[in-house]
Write a protein that binds this ligand. Structure first.
Ligand code: GUN
Length: 291
């Protein structure tokens, strides 16, 4: 029987520490969120981010633009936010409508305000071991792993998924922790053979319950990044990339879905906003929040 890693409780404690640190800051940290179009899931995410930002005592600036927004209008808004001293973090909700070039838009954000950590400069800093804004989801996973395991040095870590948002930065962070890191993906031959090596298994592929008992070494720490909506017994349910019922009996520890990694992502967005505000104003990085 695995220990259940309670990301919800961890995120609540982290958010309390962030609120206290924000209140103690000589400036009020501010986060601007840009939503283009009416994607229903994105609207829910943006609403949740706004509520969490306000609850942390930070300023929240929401910018909702129509789906047919011209590229130049969006870039002009980003330029205004880059120049706005009340804004320390800028997040452009993805996906963007198809006519907008997400890479160009993200790379127009001032890297110092790129709280998603998606700008090429931040990806490069992370890859070269320089202080970076780190993408929120892998940062949250790392916090849970450190809390559970202490030092990760020497551990065999397998990341399943090679996305820019989770898989690649997760691998970079684990290299930074001195893990032996393998990145597996949809073209990996004999996935189970690779994942069974893992002391630390991070599943970030977006395929419902694809990691089963045969993929997991007994005693492994399993971090499930997946959030997949499935119909089960006539009802809509959220499940991870890991088959929880099959893996939980043999894992050493495992994150549930929901209530595992998900709540950590928003908490880390707030942590990144606090860090961005501190760095922009030449204040020390808030202690104890980040790696
Ligand atoms: N859409 C889904 N997840 C994310 C995220 O972490 N950041 C942004 N900007 N958009 C998203």
């Amino acid at each position: 029987m695995a220990a259940i890693i309670d990301g919800k409780a961890f995120a609540e404690r982290l958010r309390a520490r962030i609120s206290a640190a924000a209140a103690a800051m000589p400036v009020r940290p501010g986060l601007a969120v840009v939503l283009v179009g009416e994607d229903p899931a994105s609207q829910v995410y943006v609403r949740n981010k706004h509520a969490a930002t306000v609850a942390a005592g930070m300023a929240s600036f929401e910018h909702r633009l129509p789906a047919n927004t011209a590229p130049d209008s969006l870039l002009a808004l980003i330029a205004r936010l880059n120049a706005d001293p009340a804004v320390h973090g800028i997040l452009v909700q993805l996906p963007l409508p198809a006519h907008l070039d997400a890479t160009a838009v993200i790379n127009a954000i001032d890297p110092a305000k790129d709280v998603d950590g998606f700008h090429v400069v931040n990806a490069g800093r992370l890859a070269t071991g320089q202080p970076a804004m780190v993408p929120c989801t892998p940062l949250g996973c790392l916090m849970l792993l450190r809390d559970r395991l202490g030092s990760l040095a020497g551990a065999e870590a397998v990341v399943v998924g090679r996305s820019t948002i989770v898989g690649k930065p997760m691998a970079q962070l684990l290299i930074g922790e001195s893990c032996t890191v393998t990145v597996a993906h949809s073209r990996t031959r004999d996935l189970a053979d690779v994942t069974r090596r893992a002391d630390i298994l991070v599943a970030a592929v977006g395929r419902a319950e694809m990691i089963g008992a045969a993929h997991v070494r007994p005693g492994a720490t399993v971090i499930d990044v997946g959030i997949n909506r499935v119909a089960r017994d006539g009802r809509s349910r959220l499940v991870g990339d890991v088959d929880f019922a099959a893996v939980e009996p043999l894992a050493g520890a495992i994150t549930p879905v929901p209530g595992g990694v998900g709540p950590m992502t928003i908490a880390c967005l707030l942590a990144n906003t606090l860090t961005a505000a501190a760095r922009i104003h030449g204040l020390p990085d808030p202690a104890g929040l980040l790696p």
